[in-house]
Design a protein around this ligand. Structure first.
Ligand code: HEC
Ligand code: HEC
Ligand code: HEC
Ligand code: HEC
Ligand code: HEC
Ligand code: HEC
Ligand code: HEC
Length: 284
């Protein structure tokens, strides 16, 4: 069987990233042109809207929170968001209160939780700035954040250090720890590992939501062909056909006929997509 070598997979990934970089470069060129009209692209893609509203309350600034939440205010200096929310004329709105709303009544009441917004209970505060994430959480397959069973804070650190729990901005195996908090079955160790997991769970799943079952980033063999693109000519043809992949497989061989029964991991084939204890082809 003509399997892609690890290096073929690698070079494919590198090319993909280069492609993406090229796109980004194009985008920033467009941005430079637009700056004449608009202040910056930041305002275009990241509308910073009003922080959450609490009737009757006014902004008091981050320093005022330190009286009772001393450690949090101290650690906040290391948090991604304290860097990201640039201070300025409205600096008092840009610290704790950008997510928690104006704090005056919370303080004068001695810390009433009814007088402050907690995005751990209601993600709307995050959506004020991250509109595109809200639309993901409206998709049919998603984590139950809107229902309050999972929170942004389960996967993201708002107060301290890196926004991604467990750190690992560059090390995907470390970043997978976010998911292992709740999904222990995918951790392994497996006798036959699927090396795809080293690229991170998010290679195949969108943790915020997707139109595809299991929050997959693609619903059929296209998901696998991202890396296994040279496996068989029939596969490649079906990936390009964009037909949903059920019928338009024009190659020869057992893989092509199998695809009419399902896709790579369904229909009794590579069911152990995350790794297998017994089968090197990830069959079970
Ligand atoms: C006078 C002391 C005091 C100050 C100042 C104070 N807090 Fe609090 N805060 C508390 C207390 C006490 C609690 C715990 C309330 C409880 O558990 O019922 C609390 C709880 C909270 C909670 C959790 C609410 C929940 O849903 O359980 C948040 C969020 C919060 N504070 C944010 C802030 C922010 C932001 C500031 C600054 C604007 C601030 N606090 C200033 C005393 C204070
Ligand atoms: C990027 C948004 C964001 C910012 C900025 C932010 N918080 Fe929070 N805060 C959250 C989220 C989300 C939770 C809920 C955490 C969870 O569900 O695990 C929370 C919870 C809290 C709580 C409740 C206790 C807890 O750990 O659940 C307190 C108190 C609090 N924040 C205080 C602060 C203070 C003080 C600041 C500024 C130094 C601040 N927050 C800045 C998002 C933020
Ligand atoms: C006042 C605006 C504002 C609020 C409110 C806000 N963010 Fe952000 N956040 C930003 C900006 C600006 C960035 C940097 C630009 C970007 O990556 O989109 C950012 C980046 C992020 C990142 C990516 C960090 C990285 O290193 O790439 C995550 C994750 C994130 N925010 C989560 C949250 C969560 C969860 C909440 C609610 C608890 C929240 N944000 C609330 C403004 C905000
Ligand atoms: C189940 C875990 C999980 C939950 C819950 C979650 N996120 Fe994320 N989020 C991630 C991961 C993992 C990434 C990195 C995605 C990547 O590497 O492609 C991410 C990335 C982001 C980013 C960076 C931009 C992007 O789209 O990649 C933002 C902003 C963000 N999340 C905001 C939020 C907000 C707001 C919430 C709550 C409404 C939330 N997230 C809930 C896991 C989660
Ligand atoms: C705080 C716990 C928690 C974290 C962290 C978490 N998840 Fe989940 N996840 C859940 C819950 C709860 C469900 C719903 C399970 C159910 O309905 O049986 C779920 C469902 C899923 C599903 C769909 C399962 C199905 O049957 O449709 C996938 C895929 C998934 N999570 C992937 C991830 C990934 C990838 C990460 C890391 C970025 C992650 N999860 C982090 C709690 C979590
Ligand atoms: C190579 C792509 C790929 C990668 C990488 C990947 N998954 Fe999956 N995952 C899948 C597919 C495909 C399914 C659907 C399997 C099915 O329906 O039988 C799935 C299903 C799931 C489910 C639902 C399990 C169930 O029994 O329904 C969870 C939870 C999950 N994955 C978590 C993770 C976590 C956590 C990671 C990172 C450690 C991860 N996945 C990495 C492809 C992948
Ligand atoms: C991020 C890239 C990537 C993705 C996406 C991916 N794989 Fe893999 N896969 C690899 C690498 C790397 C190997 C190990 C190198 C090799 O065996 O060629 C591998 C190995 C395998 C093997 C073992 C090869 C053998 O000996 O039979 C199977 C089976 C497999 N993958 C199935 C899948 C399926 C099914 C999917 C889609 C759900 C998928 N892969 C998605 C990268 C990926």
């Amino acid at each position: 069987m003509n399997r892609p070598s690890f290096f073929q997979v690698r070079s494919f990934l590198t090319r993909t990233f280069q492609g993406r970089r090229a796109k980004i470069a194009g985008l920033s060129a467009a941005c430079t042109a637009l700056t004449l009209v608009l202040i910056s692209c930041g305002t275009l893609s990241q509308p910073i809207v009003a922080p959450p509203n609490i009737p009757g309350a006014t902004f008091v600034g981050t320093k005022a929170c330190a009286d009772c939440h001393e450690e949090m205010v101290r650690d906040f200096k290391t948090a991604d968001h304290s860097r990201l929310m640039a201070p300025g004329k409205n600096a008092e709105n840009a610290g704790c209160e950008s997510c928690h709303g104006p704090g005056s009544l919370h303080i004068s009441s001695g810390g009433s939780s009814r007088m402050i917004v907690n995005p751990g209970k209601d993600p709307e505060a995050c959506f004020k700035c991250h509109l595109e994430i809200r639309s993901k959480f409206m998709l049919p397959y998603r984590h139950a954040v809107m229902e309050g069973r999972v929170s942004c804070g389960d996967c993201h650190n708002p107060h301290k250090g890196e926004m991604f729990k467990g750190g690992g901005a560059t090390n995907m195996m470390t970043r997978n720890e976010i998911c292992f908090q709740c999904h222990t079955a995918q951790r392994g160790p497996f006798v036959f590992e699927h090396e795809a997991l080293r690229e991170g769970c998010t290679t195949c799943h969108d943790p915020h939501g997707s139109v595809n079952q299991k929050m997959l980033v693609a619903r059929n063999q296209i998901l696998c062909l991202k890396c296994h693109y040279q496996q068989q000519s029939g596969f490649a043809a079906s990936a390009n056909s964009n037909s949903g992949g059920r019928t338009l497989v024009i190659g020869e061989g057992s893989h092509s006929s199998r695809l009419s029964q399902g896709t790579c991991w369904s229909g009794g084939c590579h069911e152990a997509v995350h790794g297998s204890q017994v089968n090197s082809h990830l069959r079970y």
